[in-house]
Design a protein around this ligand. Structure first.
Ligand code: HAM
Length: 431
């Protein structure tokens, strides 16, 4: 019985996914609008790419050794046996679109997208999460790295977040990495017995991953491990120095974190991660990114440097909750039309009010006055516009304030039917 697939009575959202219903979703709308505004001011344009791609894009782009591709990707074949994958992240698809359409560089793209990873769900970790992100292709200028990091930092500040830690590192370039990995492997081999259960035997598969391990045994060892920053060639060291001095010049507090390697294999040179220290959960990274100067070439394009970041929306909102900022913004409707004469008046009046730019709701199904008033109250509307048989005969409507506007309670009033839109615009300050 235990393993039998029982037809559920109620079909629910898959494990690790969630619905965002309104009014909670009004926060998402405001968040995306705030991000879009910041991105637009920095010269970024919205970019939309398919939710699924040729699975080889991610294997070649992100790296077949990474957990994201190897263990977590949702892969399937379509009816023509094409290998496809739901996007586990936003960078490889944007770089693929760049390679395919070759827009003029520097090309600055922003996006908002779901991402799919078959992870073990926990607080702040889901199988479908959502990211806001940017990517820039076509320049390796370190001042751009500063600009990109400043965009994210400014966005967190816009939301009112204060407890954000910014860690920065350099992954070096293709020439630095093998020298470093050799030194790191040698060091890990000497300390293999002190590493955590997973890494004591498997550290050789991808030694950089050990730096990412959060278990105390590995932390204690990697504290003393050789640092990638000490293996950078002159150009990479100068690049990192220019990024750091740029961040200082813009007043962006950050710290060098030599163990920051990130989970995707495409990174070169600058990497960074923002953590919300107010979050007590293990998953407190609210954004991360870096350079990927070899990615375009790895997926078949011309060599083109690039940099970007992704910000997890769910974790960001959790961080806002923890700091008590960026609360849901109520959008109270301007008017709720209560029609006791059959519904035609409500039908026409809400249309008239909406054309005039006001938010107008109504009840349906010929409900009683009591029921319509209850709905009007629940909607949060500022005014009820009431039409009964007497009002209809006299060519007027009754406007009743439901909420105090600006601290002053206005009295109920009778308004000539042709004047109601103008009067409501005046009362609500939308005139
Ligand atoms: P990432 O660090 O894998 O980077 O993800 C970016 C952000 O997405 C994380 O900092 C976190 O806030 C959120 N996130 C990731 N996985 C989950 C999950 N399972 N549940 C909830 N939130 C999650 C990237 O994806 C890169 N594409 C970022 C980038 C852009 N690098 C360069 N350009």
């Amino acid at each position: 019985m235990a393993d039998e697939q029982v037809e559920p009575q109620v079909v629910r959202a898959p494990k690790g996914t969630h619905d965002v219903l309104w009014p909670a979703s009004s926060r998402w709308e405001a968040l995306v609008a705030a991000f879009a505004g910041r991105a637009r001011r920095a010269g970024f344009g919205l970019t939309i790419t398919p939710m699924f791609e040729d699975a080889r894009l991610f294997r070649r782009g992100i790296g077949g050794q990474s957990d994201v591709v190897n263990k977590e990707m949702y892969e399937f074949t379509d009816r023509d046996n094409r290998p496809l994958a739901l996007r586990p992240e936003g960078t490889a698809p944007v770089v693929r679109a760049f390679v395919q359409h070759h827009p003029p560089v520097p090309w600055k793209a922003w996006y908002v997208t779901p991402a799919f990873r078959y992870e073990q769900p926990q607080a702040g970790r889901y199988r479908q999460h959502h990211q806001l992100g940017v990517e820039v292709l076509g320049t390796e200028d370190p001042d751009l790295d500063v600009e990109v990091i400043a965009l994210a930092a400014g966005f967190y500040a816009d939301l009112g977040l204060r407890e954000i830690d910014l860690a920065v590192n350099s992954m070096g370039c293709a020439e630095d990495r093998p020298r470093y990995i050799a030194a790191l492997s040698e060091f890990l081999a000497e300390h293999a017995s002190e590493l955590c259960d997973e890494h004591s035997e498997r550290y050789g598969v991808n030694p950089l991953r050990v730096l990412d391990c959060k278990r105390p045994e590995c932390r204690a060892v990697t504290e003393l491990a050789p640092r990638l920053v000490d293996f950078l060639d002159e150009a990479c060291a100068a690049h990192l120095a220019r990024v750091r001095s740029g961040l200082d010049a813009l007043g962006i507090v950050h710290r060098l974190e030599p163990r920051l390697v990130r989970g995707l294999d495409y990174y070169t040179r600058t990497t960074f991660e923002f953590s919300a220290t107010a979050l007590e959960t293990a998953q407190n990274a609210v954004g991360g990114g870096g350079r990927y100067d070899g990615l375009a070439e790895a997926i078949g394009g011309d060599p083109t440097p690039g940099i970007g970041f992704g910000i997890g929306i769910e974790r960001l909102l959790m961080a806002c909750d923890a700091e008590g900022c960026f609360a849901a913004l109520p959008h109270p409707p301007h008017a709720f039309v209560i029609d006791l004469t059959g519904g035609e008046q409500a039908r026409d009046l809400v249309d008239e009010l909406r054309r005039a730019g006001l938010t107008a709701l109504r009840a349906y199904d010929g409900r009683s006055l009591k029921s319509q008033l209850k709905q009007a109250d629940r909607s949060g509307a500022r005014y009820a516009v009431m039409i009964g048989a007497e009002e209809l005969a006299a060519g007027v409507v009754t406007v009743r304030p439901l909420r105090e506007a600006g601290g002053e309670k206005t009295e109920q009033e009778t308004v000539a039917r042709p004047e109601i839109t103008a009067r409501l615009r005046e009362l609500t300050g939308e005139g």
